[in-house]
Write a protein that binds this ligand. Sequence first.
Ligand code: S3P
Length: 203
Amino acid sequence: MTLQNTDGIIAMVDRATQQKGLRISKTIVIIGLMGAGKSRIGRDLATKFGFSFVDTDDEIVRAAGCSIPDIFELYGEKAFRDLEERVISRLLSSEVQIIATGGGAFMNAKIREEIREHGVSIWLKAGLNVLVERTSRRKSRPLLKHGDPATILQALMNERYPVYGEADIVVDTRDIPVDDTLNATADALAAYIDKQLELKYDE
Ligand code: S3P
């Protein structure tokens, strides 16, 4: 059975086998803080549902022709944010896909607005300890270079979590092993789509 809602989200539901495939005509945008697992989950979700996957930081590096630490150091954070805005805007207006954004992207009101219009946002919500542990594995994040990473991440949580809370879907990854986060995210997405369909048929 194929159903379409007013938002253009299509769910193909085979109730007999309880198998659920998703055909979505909006880009899925993964948001969350550094270390939340956005790229990993985004890539796995794309594989699971047969979409292409893009990491916006990778696109920014490609567009700039240099690494993110170099962009911050040579041109400043503002230049990075401008590039981020342009890259995400372009990705949202191209084919439907799954994109993982950098942690600061959803803090930009224009990007938020475009995601609201052209995408479905999923916030991977993680606790401080997880973020500290995961970000310690890679030393290339400019925002964590100067100061104690735990203190910086806690400050970013305080500032950003209320805004991330505007996402369409929130997946609380705190109590779930990493490997289960993919299933939790897929389930949350399916539930969101079902809800959209119910809303349509209640109209
Ligand atoms: C940033 C997060 C990074 C990268 C840049 C700024 C942020 O991406 O975009 O260093 O402001 O939180 P990840 O969240 O993928 O690490």
